[in-house]
Design a binder for this molecule. Structure first.
Ligand SMILES: [Zn+2]
Ligand SMILES: [Zn+2]
Length: 109
């Protein structure tokens, strides 16, 4: 019983971003992968710029080509509203042809 009492204060004393980031990474990966037209997501990184600000970079493979600014604006807004990410940088690739993205296997999952 005493262990349960001491566990809670310890957990809440940890930097809140640590546990949140890995859970958020998976949720964001799923969200981005399911976007219309997105065939693949890679090089997804989420990190804390400060205790309150979270940044993201990701490559979106969209074979149909660039989806337009409205699409990116919507995704950026969703990342903010649903995942609390203030700074999102999204790179759009078609994945077509011989120009394989050098960061295709880059992931911090
Ligand atoms: Zn990377
Ligand atoms: Zn890439």
């Amino acid at each position: 019983m005493s262990k349960q009492i001491t566990a809670a204060p310890l957990r809440s004393a940890l930097p809140s971003t640590v546990g949140l980031l890995s859970a958020r990474l998976l949720a964001v990966q799923t969200y981005l992968s399911e976007l219309l037209g997105v065939a693949q997501v890679h090089d997804l990184h989420i990190w804390g710029m400060s205790t309150t600000e979270i940044a993201l970079t990701a490559h979106l493979v969209i074979p149909e080509g660039h989806p337009g600014d409205a699409f990116l604006a919507k995704v950026t807004q969703d990342l903010h509203d649903r995942f609390g990410i203030e700074h999102a940088t999204l790179q759009v690739e078609t994945g077509i042809g011989d120009n394989i993205c050098p960061q295709i296997s880059c992931s911090n999952r």
